[in-house]
Design a protein. Structure first.
Length: 341
């Protein structure tokens, strides 16, 4: 298993963080035909099929200029030797899949534009109509499904765009005073004009672990909200004041009642659905009795390599998708690629 080549951790574009403070950065990139624009809508990215699987449907700024009259919906993703990259957040683009948008909150890209005058309202209405056309005329994909089939550049741009979009939707107001914040630093800061504080994009660390016993059997669990037959490695968020290793041991004990001894770090990848960073570990169980908590995990099983391969081939066990780091952990233990999407 190559832990440097995980599906959603193959970014090749320079983030160019030193350029973000330039107040003219986004406007300058919007003026260049060479700039690549990633469209984001409700946690999905615009894609096209190619010979190798899937790729981002990158547009030129001129293709979408009238649909985004304000700078607030544009996010700087970085640059490579060929060009710079922006994300354009369409109306409700940063809502979690399946979540209705708050009608009282204007789309990020129209904030500050739909002013009180007639011209401003007309332009905002025109922009909204054009955004609707953009949404209707494109193929929209979830990175969980297509990320593994994308080139590294596109996967990296996609996860950054989706993560930033989700953060902007949920952090519109200052946590200290409640004042609506304004977008700054090319989409990487939200600034409070009242108390002067800045808020930065949030990432939530989560541990995910392949736990094996003395017989080298792998522990997999079934979460309460998953489809039938879906099994994966256990995972959970890191709590305040807790090390990653402590989180691994606590989560396994809480979810299935197994005690874990030695823990070793394997790798990480972003999982911006909406804001996780998955930190993968391998751990050794010092007990084997399984007691699923019945709340988060309703079933847990130990598998030998042959048992899991046979169950996956027969469809009796559905493994996690190939874009996930859980799949990497499982296949590293198995020593081979396993059946299933």
């Amino acid at each position: 298993m190559d832990w440097t080549d995980l599906p959603l951790a193959r970014a090749t574009v320079d983030r160019a963080a030193e350029r973000r403070a330039d107040p003219e950065l986004v406007a300058g990139l919007r003026a260049l035909d060479s700039t690549g624009v990633v469209l984001v809508h409700r946690g999905l990215v615009a894609t096209v099929a190619d010979a190798d699987g899937s790729a981002l449907d990158l547009l030129a700024p001129a293709d979408v200029a009238d649909a985004a009259p304000s700078a607030d919906g544009w996010l700087f993703l970085g640059a490579d030797d060929a060009r710079g990259y922006l994300a354009l957040v369409l109306a409700d683009a940063d809502a979690d899949a399946g979540t209705e948008a708050d009608p009282s909150v204007p789309p990020a890209d129209l904030e500050g534009f739909a002013g009180g005058d007639g011209a401003g309202r007309a332009a905002a209405e025109r922009a909204a109509a054009l955004q609707g056309e953009l949404v209707a005329g494109r193929q929209w994909s979830h990175l969980r499904q297509v990320g593994a089939a994308m080139p590294g550049r596109d996967a990296g741009l996609g996860v950054t765009a989706v993560a930033l979009a989700a953060w902007h939707r949920t952090h519109r107001c200052c946590p200290r005073c409640g004042t609506p914040t304004v977008v700054a630093h090319a989409g990487w800061v939200r600034h409070c004009p009242t108390d002067g504080t800045d808020q930065y994009p949030r990432t939530d660390p989560a541990v995910i672990m392949a736990i094996v016993d003395a017989d080298d059997r792998l522990l997999l669990g079934h979460a309460a909200h998953w489809p039938e037959r879906r099994f994966s490695t256990l995972a959970g968020y890191v709590e305040p004041g807790e090390s990653l290793e402590q989180a691994v041991r606590r989560e396994v004990d809480e979810e299935v009642g197994v005690t874990v001894g030695e823990v070793a770090y394997r790798g990480s990848q972003p999982w911006p659905f909406p804001a996780s960073l998955m930190l993968a570990f391998r751990g050794t169980a010092t007990s084997t009795d399984l007691r699923p908590d019945g709340v988060e995990v309703t079933e847990a099983r130990w598998f030998t390599r042959a048992e899991l391969a046979d169950a996956a081939a027969a469809g009796d066990v559905l493994l996690p998708m190939r874009a996930s780091i859980a799949r990497a952990l499982i296949e590293e233990w198995a020593g081979t690629e396993l059946p299933g999407a």
